[in-house]
Design a protein around this ligand. Structure first.
Ligand code: ATP
Length: 365
């Protein structure tokens, strides 16, 4: 299969002072499909920008190779690669209009003026800025300026568009609106987008697939659902969303279920699909919103009894801290469906805690 972008054993070492080298990207292997919205997600310093810059050609790998549509990029400079980058600091020319800013790159290439004009109108239409073509950047909102920056890249008709935290400078509401717009635009034009962000919600909302990076390495690649519902490492489970981690020993296995003893008095049933062996130490991953609370002694399904210790109201949800045993606590997140729900559980109250065995993830450790 011909991938839009492929990284094969790519590493990047930066030469530091006093000959101290720093391995920013460590032996990365990654395949990005044609027409895909692909995000590189991870904490600050994990190497995502460096990876993007190696695809763009602003940095060269120390070892390994970057392929774009099957072609090895070698030492090709950025302007000889079929890619274009949209940065967070988009630096529009203040003395040029929207149309002039967008057409600037094409004029530099000395394209015929009829072609420039055609491509300009198409792109203005695409980013919904036709009406604003004669305005200057200072007369535009932040979101509109970001769209001009995007149009400036799109007009060059790259095969792959690279984004380095392009929405970082916008306020939250505008950011969410731009996320949807970008995603819709990508679906309409069908070219490959590679998007760097440290914002997990942004990556989950927009991406077809996500690579989670930490310390220069990829921890997991998958669709948003795979990453959120089936995290493969503790880092991924912790970085994306919130998780309760409970470590225990497998004490029983049968065809339907397996039992993990987390504490002397706390056996937890998990689904049978995990291939574990008796005696093995595992860490269970439970998302706070997968847990249901009930008043004490009100349920007839297998549940755990606990003491509700803390309650924090956060608008859409309420978070509770529940003590299941002397050394074991879980965070629970309950959606605030009705205003009455807010008073239902009080700190100091005994509660029942239920989570379906199928909703419990297992990390082998
Ligand atoms: P952020 O979200 O903060 O931008 P990032 O995940 O994009 O982080 P990179 O910018 O790729 O991370 O940096 C990865 C590591 O490489 C960091 O520790 C950074 O300090 C280091 N680094 C990046 N560029 C250079 C450079 N030119 N020289 C030396 N070290 C560098």
């Amino acid at each position: 299969m011909n991938h839009a972008v492929e990284l094969v054993n790519v590493s990047k070492t930066f030469r530091g002072s006093k000959h101290r080298d720093f391995l920013a990207v460590n032996d990365l292997n990654l395949q990005i499909r044609d027409g895909e919205f692909f995000s590189l997600l991870g904490p600050s310093g994990c190497g995502k920008t460096t990876t993007l810059r190696m695809i763009a050609g602003f940095e060269l790998p120390t070892t390994g190779e970057v392929y774009i549509h099957g072609q090895a990029m070698g030492k090709r400079p950025p302007f000889h690669r079929p890619v274009n980058t949209v940065f967070q600091h988009y630096a529009l020319f203040p003395h040029l209009t929207v149309a002039q800013n967008i057409a600037f790159g094409l004029e530099m290439e000395n394209l015929p003026s009829a072609e420039i004009s055609d491509r300009l109108s198409q792109v203005l239409e695409l980013v919904k800025l036709t009406e604003m073509r004669d305005r200057y950047p200072r007369q535009l909102s932040g979101g509109q300026q970001q769209r001009v920056a995007l149009a400036r890249s799109l007009v060059k008709q790259p095969e792959v568009l690279l984004f380095d935290e392009p929405l970082g400078a916008l306020d939250m509401k505008l950011r969410k609106q731009m996320q949807l717009e970008l995603k819709q635009m990508q679906q309409r034009i069908g070219i490959t987008f590679i998007y760097v962000t440290h914002d997990q919600e942004e990556a989950l909302t927009m991406s077809d697939r996500i690579a989670i990076m930490n310390q220069g390495e990829i921890q997991q690649v998958g669709t948003p659902i795979e990453i959120y519902e089936y995290p493969k490492t503790r880092f991924v489970a912790d970085f994306i969303g919130e998780s309760n981690f409970l470590t225990g020993r497998v004490i029983q296995i049968n065809n339907e279920q397996q039992t993990v003893l987390v504490d002397e008095s706390l056996p937890i049933q998990i689904a049978a699909e995990h291939s574990l062996s008796v005696g093995q130490i595992v860490t269970l991953v439970i998302r706070p919103e997968k847990i249901t609370l009930y008043p004490a002694k009100s349920v007839h399904i297998p549940s755990w009894s606990g003491l509700l210790e803390e309650r924090v109201y956060i608008g859409t949800d309420t978070r509770y801290k529940v003590k299941l045993s002397p050394n074991c606590y879980v965070m629970v997140r309950v959606q605030n469906w009705h205003r009455d729900d807010l008073q239902r559980y009080q700190p100091g109250q005994q509660v029942e805690v239920f989570v379906s065995p199928e909703s419990i993830g297992v990390l082998e450790s």
